[in-house]
Design a protein around this ligand. Structure first.
Ligand code: ASP
Ligand code: MG
Length: 424
């Protein structure tokens, strides 16, 4: 039988009991005849705790040293999981990202994987051992320094390894039973999806659904790697994130809507009173792009004929808010805009579903459900299979619930169980 890659998140390996439970599951998979490669996250909130510790020492930790510190979290869990497996009488060997051949660029804190050379993992498997790999880390090709791939990126390590090893499946274990139609903490009647396409999952991850790291879904899509999202606390079948069906294959009946996602991590900046001339928007967005801030929605209002001035609004991660405001302030004289407004009391609510392509009226129904719930829409953006709105942060929960109900997604039984984790 083939190779199975399993990734266990921080809440699954939060303490010794969790580590032993996970080891038993891994051994069961081995007993079923698979070669098993495991990717682990740091125990519980270790990564946050290490960050806090660094900040107590210095407000601006050097990025190289911060990566050195944070990667220690995964080293702890990988060694403990390997020990627990050997206690069960099976051979296990742990590897850091660097030892596992995860080669990255040198952007500390957000390194990108450029290659995987999993020779030592393959050798361990050939030797009959289970390989345990530290997630979210690699080694820079240029500097040979240890890097991290960004918060939550153990998922990405797992899918990238699965692809490079030619695994049959990448199983991602967390503390919920799968991918739900909405966050069960907001919508207790959310349903578990049996299947979702990588295309829909990409939109959901990009819209704030925290169940899978965005880059891991991009990887899965690029390499056609099926992902099985499931809980390490139960034996239930989870959600299969499956590569999009190719043309010519038998069309399955697909739900019109996959789910409702929300995101409270963005802020909105409005540049007020921009002269409505050719090149002004370019100047503004060039200044922003020089700061490497990732923008999300962009809206330019119709200019008032009397003044010849217009307003441009956009959203971005709150953590980049001050950088962007600084960059815009520096070009005020050059552009000649009036003032800047900053609002971080916003939230984004997104409706996602591949069936939108072939079903008209989804937008109207979405907006009507928001109106009925008394939710005001501040901005709108769409893709082929997604509609997103920006609303007041205080109304996000209402908006998610109203939309979930309007699209008949509510389940009659409570399906969602959150088994562990602090939600941090
Ligand atoms: N431990 C890292 C984090 O908390 C990576 C991960 O959990 O995927 O971000
Ligand atoms: Mg995580």
């Amino acid at each position: 039988m083939g190779i199975v890659v399993q990734k266990y998140g921080g809440s699954s390996v939060a303490d010794a009991t969790g580590i032993k439970r996970v080891a038993q599951r891994i051994v069961n998979t081995r007993k079923a005849g698979h070669d098993v490669v495991v990717v682990v996250s740091a125990m519980g909130d270790t990564t946050d705790d290490l960050r806090d510790l660094a900040e107590q020492v210095t407000p601006l930790p050097p990025p190289r040293e911060l990566d050195m510190l944070l990667t220690a979290g995964e080293r702890i869990s990988m060694a403990l999981v390997a020990m627990a497996i050997s206690q069960l009488g099976y051979k296990a060997r742990s590897f850091t990202g660097s030892q596992a051949g995860v080669i990255t660029d040198s952007a500390h804190g957000k390194a990108k994987i450029i290659d995987i050379t999993p020779g030592r993992i393959e050798a361990a498997l050939a030797d009959g051992a289970i390989a345990i790999v530290a997630g979210f880390q690699g080694v820079s090709q240029d500097t040979k320094d240890v890097t991290t791939l960004g918060r939550g990126a153990s998922d990405t390590t797992a899918v990238a390894l699965a692809a490079s090893l030619g695994a049959d499946v990448c199983e991602i274990y967390s503390d919920v039973d799968g991918v739900f139609t909405a966050d069960p903490r907001i919508v207790p009647a959310a349903r578990k999806l049996a299947q979702v396409s990588t295309e829909e999952m990409l939109e959901m991850a990009a819209s704030g659904a925290k169940i899978l790291h965005l880059r891991c879904v991009e990887y899965a899509r690029r390499y056609n790697m099926p992902i099985h999202v499931r809980s390490s606390f139960s034996e239930k079948e989870g959600t299969w994130v499956i590569p999009d069906r190719r043309a010519g294959e038998v069309e399955m009946e697909q739900a019109i809507i996959a789910g409702v996602a929300h995101d409270r991590s963005e802020a909105k900046i409005t540049v007020v009173g921009v002269p409505d001339k050719v090149g002004e928007a370019a100047r503004i967005f060039e200044a922003l792009s020089a700061t490497e801030v990732n923008l999300d929605m962009v809206v330019q209002n119709v200019s008032a004929a009397a003044t010849g001035l217009t307003d441009i609004s956009f959203t971005l991660p709150r953590s980049d808010g001050q950088t962007a405001m600084g960059a815009l302030a520096r070009i005020q004289d050059e552009v000649g805009y009036d003032k800047l407004l900053y609002d971080d009391q916003i939230g984004k609510v997104s409706l996602i579903g591949a069936g939108m392509r072939s079903h008209p009226g989804i937008t109207a129904k979405f907006f009507a459900s928001l109106a009925a719930a008394g939710v005001n829409i501040e901005m709108i953006s769409t893709s082929e299979i997604r509609i997103s709105v920006i609303v007041d942060e205080a109304q996000v929960d209402d908006a998610v619930r109203a939309t979930h109900t309007a699209f008949d997604l509510d389940s009659t039984e409570v399906e969602a169980v959150v088994y562990g984790g602090t939600g941090r």
